[in-house]
Design a binder for this molecule. Structure first.
Ligand SMILES: [Zn+2]
Length: 385
C-alpha cells in the first residue's frame, strides 16, 4: 500500500455476523465460509459492527503486538465499511497512522514538528510521542476515533480510565510549562465537529472541559481509500466549546434496554398484572437533575418500587443504560421516535405525566444490533450548535 507506512498486503473482504467477545468477530467470506477474526479494538463499535457490515481483513496480518500464541485466528480486522468508506479499526496501528501524518506534514498545527521518540515516559505515564518544534519539546498522545454521525465525531465510545489519565497527565505538564497535545484521529472525512462523548463518558468529558487551556486538543479527520491508503486531505475539526459548556451537565434523558427471557405476567403496581412478551424492551426516562444517580437507581435490586419501570427491572435479565445528556428534556420526542422503529409496550407505561401513549417499547430482536436504532440514538446524542 503505497500511501500507508505499514505493509498491509492483500486484504480479504468479509461480511460481519457477530462479535462473540470483545476481541473476536465472526464473519463470512467468499471461498472461506464462516471464519473468526481478531479485532484489535476495545471500543463498543455498536453502530459499525452491525450484521451485514463489510469488513476488511488481513489474512496473516500485522501482529499488532499480540503474541501469536494468544491469537485465536489467522485473520485480523483492519477496517469496517460505513457510508461506503472504510473506517480503520486496527488501534495498534494508530501510532503508525499518526507518524505518517506528522512526517508528511499533513496536520497544519504540527507542520513544524519532528518526531524525536515514540513511547516516551514522563512521570508515571507513557505517552505516544515526543516531538520537537523550534527547539521545544512537545508530548503527544494519540487517540483513534471511529464514532461519528450527524457531522459530529465523538470520543470515547466506551468509558476510558486510561484516556482520562493521559488527559490529566498532559494537562499537568502543560501547567508546568511543558507543551503537550492530544491528537484525535477521526477515521471518517465527512464530519465538521469534534466533541467528547459526554453521554457515554461523563468524567472524561468534564475533565476535557476543565483542562482545555492546559494542552492542545487537536481533532483531525482523515479519509481511508478502498485500498486502505490514506487520502491527502486532512481536516481540522471544530470543537464547539460554548455548546459543550452548556450541554455537559448531569441531566437529560436515558434509555434502558431490558431483556425478558420468556413471556411473563408481571405485576405493575396498581395497574395489576400485565402480560409481557419475550424479547427486548426499551424504556425512556429523564432526570433534569442527577441523571447519573437516576440511572444507577434502576440497576439496584430490592429497591422500593416507585415507577412502573421499577417492577419490570426487578424481573428482567439485565440491562444496558444509555444516557442522552442534554440541557433540554427530549424524553417524549425520543419516545415518539422509538414508536416508529419498535412496537409499543403497555399503554400508559411510564407516561402518566405526559401525552405519550407509552414510554416502553418492545422488539423481538436486540435493538442494539440494528441500524435504525443506532441512527435514532445518534440523532439525539450527536446534536451540534
Ligand atoms: Zn411522553
Amino acid at each position: 500500500m503505497k500511501n500507508f507506512p505499514v505493509s498491509i498486503g492483500e486484504t480479504v473482504k468479509a461480511t460481519f455476523l457477530e462479535r462473540p467477545n470483545r476481541f473476536l468477530v465472526r464473519c463470512i467470506a467468499e471461498g472461506l465460509g464462516v471464519i473468526d477474526a481478531y479485532l484489535p479494538n476495545p471500543g463498543r463499535l455498536w453502530e459499525l459492527l452491525l450484521p451485514g457490515a463489510s469488513l476488511y481483513l488481513s489474512p496473516a496480518g500485522p501482529s499488532g503486538g499480540i503474541h501469536p500464541s494468544k491469537r485465536k485466528s489467522n485473520y485480523t480486522v483492519l477496517a469496517v465499511e460505513r457510508n461506503g468508506y472504510p473506517i480503520f479499526l486496527h488501534t495498534h496501528l494508530t501510532n503508525q497512522v499518526a507518524r505518517y501524518l506528522i512526517e508528511r506534514k499533513l496536520i497544519p498545527p504540527l507542520e513544524g514538528a519532528e518526531i524525536v521518540k515514540e513511547e516516551v515516559l514522563h512521570g508515571r505515564s507513557r505517552f505516544d510521542f515526543l516531538l520537537r518544534e523550534t527547539g521545544r519539546d512537545l508530548y503527544l498522545e494519540v487517540k483513534s476515533c471511529t464514532l461519528f454521525g450527524n457531522g459530529v465525531a465523538m470520543f470515547p465510545d466506551a468509558v476510558t480510565e486510561r484516556g482520562k489519565r493521559h488527559l490529566l497527565g498532559l494537562a499537568e505538564m502543560g501547567r508546568g510549562g511543558i507543551r503537550s497535545a492530544m491528537l484525535f484521529i477521526v477515521h471518517y472525512p465527512h464530519v465538521r465537529w469534534f466533541m467528547p462523548d459526554f453521554h457515554t463518558d461523563y468524567d472524561f468529558s468534564l475533565n476535557l472541559l476543565k483542562v482545555s487551556n492546559d494542552l492542545m486538543i487537536l481533532p483531525v479527520a482523515i479519509e481511508w481509500k478502498p485500498d486502505l491508503s490514506i487520502g491527502q486531505g486532512v481536516k481540522i475539526l471544530e470543537i464547539p466549546w460554548d455548546y459543550l459548556r452548556q450541554e455537559i451537565e448531569d441531566r437529560g434523558s436515558y434509555l434502558l434496554v431490558l431483556q425478558l427471557g420468556k413471556k411473563e405476567l408481571i405485576e405493575i403496581g396498581q395497574r395489576g398484572k400485565v402480560m409481557f412478551q419475550k424479547g427486548y424492551y426499551i424504556y425512556v426516562g429523564s432526570a433534569m437533575n442527577s441523571l447519573r444517580a437516576r440511572i444507577r437507581r434502576h440497576s439496584q435490586q430490592g429497591k422500593k418500587e416507585h415507577w412502573h419501570i421499577d417492577y419490570l427491572t426487578q424481573v428482567a435479565d439485565g440491562s444496558v443504560s444509555l444516557p442522552i445528556r442534554s440541557s433540554q428534556r427530549h424524553e417524549c420526542e425520543i419516545a415518539q421516535a422509538l414508536s416508529s422503529i419498535m412496537k409499543s409496550g403497555p399503554p400508559g407505561f411510564g407516561s402518566s405525566d405526559c401525552r405519550c401513549s407509552t414510554h416502553l417499547f418492545w422488539s423481538e430482536k436486540n435493538p442494539l444490533h440494528t441500524g435504525p436504532f443506532h441512527d435514532l440514538l445518534q440523532r439525539f446524542r450527536m446534536r451540534h450548535p
